[in-house]
Write a protein that binds this ligand. Sequence first.
Ligand code: ADP
Ligand code: MG
Length: 245
Amino acid sequence: MTLFAARGLVKRFGGVSAVDGVDIDVADGEIHALIGPNGAGKSTLVNLISGLLRPDAGTLTLDGADLTRMRADRRVRAGLSRCFQVTSIFRDATVRDNLLLAVQAHAGGHFRCFGVRDAEPALREAAFGLARRVGLEADFDRVAGALPHGAQRKLDVALALAARPRLLLLDEPMAGMGPDESARMIELIAALRRDAAILLIEHDMDAVFQLADRVSVLVYGRVLAAGTPAAIKADPRVQSVYLGT
Ligand code: ADP
Ligand code: MG
């Protein structure tokens, strides 16, 4: 079943059509990867989907709800959550406090906000559950800014999960990681399939072809090809523009 659909999305910056009539679908339980060379419009597309940018044309729906004119914070409540490449982490706070703040923010007013020191047990349990979900339970009391890069990325994922998304947007989650950290992030993303459908923007082709159920290739703001990883790998148009063969 289609969970998320973008139809005819357009975004222009001056004379440049960064996104130029894009259709993309994400099914329930699917990992859909978006690849494409630098400047193809991937980040612009993610910003249109999350609501940081307004499209010049086109529509966005999630589970039947029209997101097109919805504010970014409402989209989160509608079930769409994104990772921000670590920028959403409070570096001076512990993993625990980062997660408590996120859990409180999404608790929907059922909990009075006394600050993280006096958080209710249910919130603390939820925060620890998120740490465990991403493999950070041993780092629960550590200051976030002191964690290795890969662990900070995991925390960023956990913060996005705090909103209990139906669709999770991951913009280059492996960026800046060595092979070991990348391998662990790939395992984590594979496991997250149980929590949410995923739209994955990623440069690491090995990761994309390991994880994705479907791949869409964006070039000059347009979807050049979409299909299974095997079909995309075998597509001569994709090979010539993107894989450099
Ligand atoms: P990608 O993430 O695939 O590398 P981007 O979405 O960042 O691509 O960029 C797509 C195109 O839009 C590029 O030509 C880029 O220069 C342009 N662009 C992106 N953001 C802006 C902006 N805020 N203002 C002007 N041009 C932009
Ligand atoms: Mg980008």
